[in-house]
Design a binder for this molecule. Structure first.
Ligand code: FAD
Ligand code: SIN
Length: 523
């Protein structure tokens, strides 16, 4: 089938939905999403969204905290712009119908604090903020007559001059996006979506690693598509590991224990119940994430244990049960009463700071292709994202991209000469085990060699192992009918390759990139 839409959005998380709602008055919007519309990292966000809402805080402080967490390599202008725009974007979320907790049920927002923040500035909805944001935005999008949401549609590749038979390299000037090819997961048909403007909002790539807090849909599809289309990517070596995922090895994805709990007074402890963060940073359990995750990793390696503890008992029973109901219920379901027991935790891959390089308008290096949310790289996070700045970045850049796209759409025609996907000569792939086993191997390689602490030798080893997996999978791809699992596996391999390549190129320890063979940037 062939479709023509003014605005094509790939992804129905906070970034895709926010963009769709803004452009909808100006044309036909189609949102493609590979699973159920509500599924994505957004709905799992716990802590909240950072913004300066009152005079007790200041933009300067939030800017400073972001720059410090980013370890000196954030784009300062982007940081300033994003943080100053935050209050307007928060007010819009509220207008769309998103509820944030208020103090004593009044007007003033109830604010939390998280690692790296010098003030209480995290707007939240109990400990399930993302679920509330996703609900509010999805309901608003479903009400809009110009927005069509198509579930179980898997975008495979963005369409460029390459599909018109031209040779496209990363040096080709003026690469253009004409839309995407997408697999209908119910019929296995590959459809052609032509669009005047396309937004990628495909989320993160946590599933490159064996332990991750991200849902199974986070397979780096947008980044891999732009890589294949020869667009510009950046900062992929900065994979953020959240310090405190619940240690429950059989569970995938790993359940998150929000940093807001440390903001409320919970402390990290070793297996003997002793605090250890004083050895690593004066901000103790509330140091930025890269520092805390490395400290935990080190303590785990020193003791040879698989997990450490978060002790939340000091927060008090009432506050724990009322303020963190999701975590309380989850832990209780596996026999841990957080009002009485310490919580077993370990780090997990959580957030990709890098991605599709975009400018201030959210536009990528490929014309008419925008990116927002976790798949993008704006320069806000630098070497390490400050907690709760990612939902913020998503709404700010969805807004900027929408403003620019509304302008662009007026002058861009559909590229009707684009051919349909050619699947001739393919045989059905019956060996699912090849895909699942290869994915597992890839995730273990990345966890063991390209994790929180790296070295030249580990990166080299990962690269060599990956090469073999890459060749085997490309061979499978060339012989098989395309399926979602195979496509995701190729995308994960591409992302893993890019992470390793960028990690090897980064010759200093900065932010989340830490190698035993490199010098520490700061004394
Ligand atoms: P997502 O919400 O992940 O949505 C991606 C969308 O793209 C999905 O709809 C998916 O189906 C679709 N998609 C992907 N690939 C394709 C494809 N090939 N074809 C079609 N559709 C596709 N950040 C904060 O700021 N504060 C927090 O408190 C916070 N807590 C978090 C807690 C957890 C457990 C996790 C995992 C992350 C948390 N984060 C938090 C990070 C934040 O939630 C994410 O970065 C953000 O929600 C990403 O939004 P997004 O719209 O970019 O992508
Ligand atoms: C958390 O709640 O700890 C996650 C916050 C974030 O990832 O920004």
């Amino acid at each position: 089938m062939r479709y023509e839409v003014d605005f094509l959005v790939v992804g129905s998380g906070i970034a895709g939905l926010s963009f769709a709602l803004k452009v909808a008055p100006y044309g036909k919007v189609c949102i493609l999403t590979k699973g159920d519309a509500a599924e994505g990292s957004t709905r799992y966000a716990q802590g909240g969204i950072a913004a300066v809402m009152y005079d007790s805080d200041s933009f300067d402080k939030h800017i400073h905290d972001t720059l410090v967490a980013g370890d000196g390599i954030c784009d300062r202008e982007v940081v300033e712009m994003t943080i100053r725009e935050a209050p307007d974007r928060i007010r819009e979320l509220v207008q769309y119908g998103v509820n944030f907790d208020r103090e004593g049920g009044g007007e003033r927002f109830d604010l939390h604090r998280e690692g790296g923040h010098s003030e209480f500035r995290i707007l939240h909805h109990k400990d399930n903020t993302g679920e509330e944001i996703e609900r509010g935005l999805l309901e608003a999008a479903r009400r809009h007559p110009n927005i069509e949401i198509k579930e179980r549609q898997f975008a495979i590749d963005i369409i460029t001059q390459h599909h018109l038979g031209q040779r496209v390299t990363k040096h080709t000037p003026g690469i253009e996006c004409y839309g995407v090819y997408a697999l209908d997961c119910d019929t296995n048909r590959i459809d052609t979506y032509l669009a005047k403007v396309t937004l990628l909002a495909t989320g993160g790539m946590g599933n490159v690693y064996s332990t991750t807090t991200t849902p199974v849909i986070s397979t780096g599809d947008g980044v891999a598509m732009v890589h294949r289309a020869r667009g510009v990517l950046a900062d992929l070596e900065f994979m953020q590991f959240h310090p405190t995922s619940l240690y429950n090895p059989a569970e995938k994805p790993a359940f998150l224990i929000t940093e807001a709990m440390r903001g409320a007074g919970a402390v990290l402890k070793d297996r003997n119940g002793k605090e250890f963060m004083q050895k690593y940073d004066e901000r103790l359990s509330l140091a930025p994430r890269d520092i805390v995750a490395r400290a935990i990793d080190n303590e785990m390696k020193l003791s040879g244990k698989d997990y450490l503890y978060l002790d939340a008992r000091g927060i008090g029973k009432k506050h724990l049960i009322e303020g963190f109901p999701t975590i309380y219920a989850k832990c209780l379901s596996i026999g841990i009463d957080i009002t009485r027991d310490m919580i077993p935790i370990r780090p997990a891959a959580h957030y990709q700071c890098g991605g599709i390089k975009v400018d201030r308008n959210g536009e990528s290096s490929i014309k008419h292709l925008y990116a927002a949310g976790e798949c993008s790289c704006t320069g806000l996070h630098g070497g390490n994202r400050l907690a709760s700045n990612s939902l913020l970045e998503a709404v700010v850049y969805a807004h900027n991209a929408a403003m620019s796209a509304i302008d662009t759409v007026k002058s861009v025609p559909f590229k009707s000469e684009v051919p349909d996907w050619n699947a001739e000569g393919m045989v059905l792939n019956e060996e699912m085990v090849l895909i699942t086993q290869t994915k597992r191997e890839l995730q273990e390689i990345m966890w063991n060699y390209v994790g929180i602490v790296r070295s030249d030798l580990r990166l080299q080893r990962a690269f060599d192992r990956l090469n073999l997996i890459f060749r085997e999978t490309e061979d499978l791809y060339n012989r098989s009918v395309l399926t979602e699992p195979l496509s995701e596996l190729r995308n994960l391999i591409a992302c893993a390759y890019l992470i390793i390549k960028m990690a090897r190129a980064r010759r200093e320890n900065v932010g989340l990139h830490y190698s035993l063979d490199l010098i520490v940037k700061k004394v």
